[in-house]
Design a protein around this ligand. Structure first.
Ligand code: ATP
Ligand code: MG
Length: 422
């Protein structure tokens, strides 16, 4: 055992037992995205490093210290395992000229990679579902995206997730705020921790995002972005709030919500739970009107969000939701030389009628095969011995409830099993 190779820290296997949660989640997400008219898009996992540096921003946590970057050993290209999906999605949209066909509503899901300290709800390979609405000014589409997330929690059976909302205004408004903020922080430089000092000139807004309790008073008293927000931005924010109220969606305004990526403007939001400890944000997003142009496209308004699948699954489990059951309908046990050929045929016939069927392989006693049938979770055991082969019949034994074992013609077996299940 000692020389077994282990997975990389923070990168986890999803075993079949966990996987039932993932499959259940993925089915719901697919139906949900379809219900809102969002189309699926799939991008590569590796991109040029520059894509993320340009879009996420050079002095963000992600680009400064969380990216898995490496050099292509053949041509020296600088490459990165994607830490998030929006940049890749926009690159793909631009490269494939999708915006020529008009605005796009897109979603994707898959692994993301960040070099963080692994802990509950925080991994180095984790999975996100991302949704992007490209080519809409909002705030109608901003509201749609938020309504959509609220609906997803309901479809998943989740409760008690708080919606936090803020506006970041325009880049001019942020610049005016930033100038005052820098002046304020410079005047209080002795109160800044190391991260704070480093960000003071590179990304002062991020100083406000500190988790250091010793800096809370300083942050509370800092100039607030909301006081620099102009009429147009304010109107956007107010209309969004009004739309959410009409949709019956509760929210709190969190003026300190700035998000960890540089590209946002106007609307930003997070869905936060108190049931997962420190890793409480299950979904975050907002508007990023400048990003498509920054990546070389025509100026195009855009809005989207990403959610952490592991955190949502942890929350489903923390809230006591039932483990989704994934069992076959029938388990076929078979005895004797002639039985296997007939069993293969019978299994195929039942599957064609829409049943999930597990065929016993490897022989063994009646007792051991029936034990396996029970453990499979199947509703019925189908028993095939010499008599069944001779009569082209199946013995069908219900494994749950009261029903009696019955001998049924192969042609009637599927209907019989389905009838038992109702
Ligand atoms: P956090 O503040 O928790 O680090 P973030 O702001 O870096 O989150 P985003 O970039 O907005 O996260 O990603 C969207 C979502 O992806 C998060 O809300 C979270 O649910 C999930 N997520 C982010 N990083 C991780 C990670 N390392 N492990 C698991 N899930 C993650
Ligand atoms: Mg993070």
């Amino acid at each position: 055992m000692s020389n077994l190779i282990q997975a990389i820290r923070g990168m986890n296997d999803i075993t079949p037992e966990d996987s039932v949660w993932w499959l259940h989640f993925e089915t719901i997400v697919r139906e949900w995205a379809h219900a809102y008219g969002y189309q699926n898009i799939r991008m590569p996992i590796v991109e040029k490093t520059d894509l993320f540096v340009r879009s996420i921003g050079e002095v963000t946590d992600i680009v400064e210290k969380e990216m898995y970057s490496f050099e292509d050993s053949l041509n020296g290209d600088k490459l990165t395992l994607r830490p998030e999906g929006t940049a890749s999605c926009l690159r793909a949209v631009l490269q494939n000229n999708l915006l020529h066909q008009g605005p796009q509503r897109l979603y994707y899901s898959g692994p993301m990679f960040r070099h963080e300290r692994p802990q509950k709800g925080r991994y180095r390979q984790f999975h996100q579902v991302g949704v992007e609405a490209l080519g809409f000014n909002g705030p109608d589409v901003d509201a749609e995206l938020i309504v959509m997330t609220a609906d997803l929690w309901q479809r998943l059976g989740l409760r008690n997730i708080e919606l936090q909302l803020n506006t970041l205004g325009t880049s001019e408004e942020r610049a005016a705020h930033r100038a005052e903020l820098v002046t304020y922080l410079e005047a209080n430089a002795e109160l800044l921790d190391e991260d704070g000092k480093r960000r003071l000139h590179s990304n002062p807004l991020r100083v406000l995002d500190t988790k250091n309790p010793q800096m809370q008073a300083l942050v509370e008293a800092a100039p607030k972005l909301i006081d620099f927000i102009g009429d147009v931005s304010r109107q956007h924010f107010e209309t969004l709030q009004s739309l959410l109220r009409q949709a019956g969606i509760d929210f709190v305004i969190n003026p300190r919500l700035v998000r960890g990526l540089d590209y946002y403007n106007l609307t930003v939001f997070e869905w936060v739970t108190s049931e997962l400890g420190a890793q409480g944000t299950v979904c975050g997003g907002g508007r990023y009107d400048g990003l498509i142009e920054m990546l070389g496209g025509k100026p195009t308004p855009a809005c989207g969000f990403g959610m952490g699948i592991e955190r949502l699954l942890l929350l489903m489990q923390a809230q006591g939701l039932n483990q989704p059951a994934v069992c076959v309908d029938a388990y076929i046990a078979c005895f004797g030389d002639a039985a296997m050929g007939f069993a293969l045929q019978a299994a195929q016939r039942l599957r064609q009628a829409g049943l999930a069927v597990q065929l016993h392989c490897g022989g063994g006693s009646f007792k051991s095969q029936m034990r396996k049938a029970d453990a499979s979770g199947a509703r019925v055991a189908v028993i095939i011995g010499d008599d069944e082969v001779a009569g082209r019949q199946l013995s069908i034994k219900p494994l749950r409830g009261e029903g009696k074992q019955q001998l049924v013609a192969l042609a009637d077996a599927a209907a019989h099993i389905k009838h038992l299940e109702d």
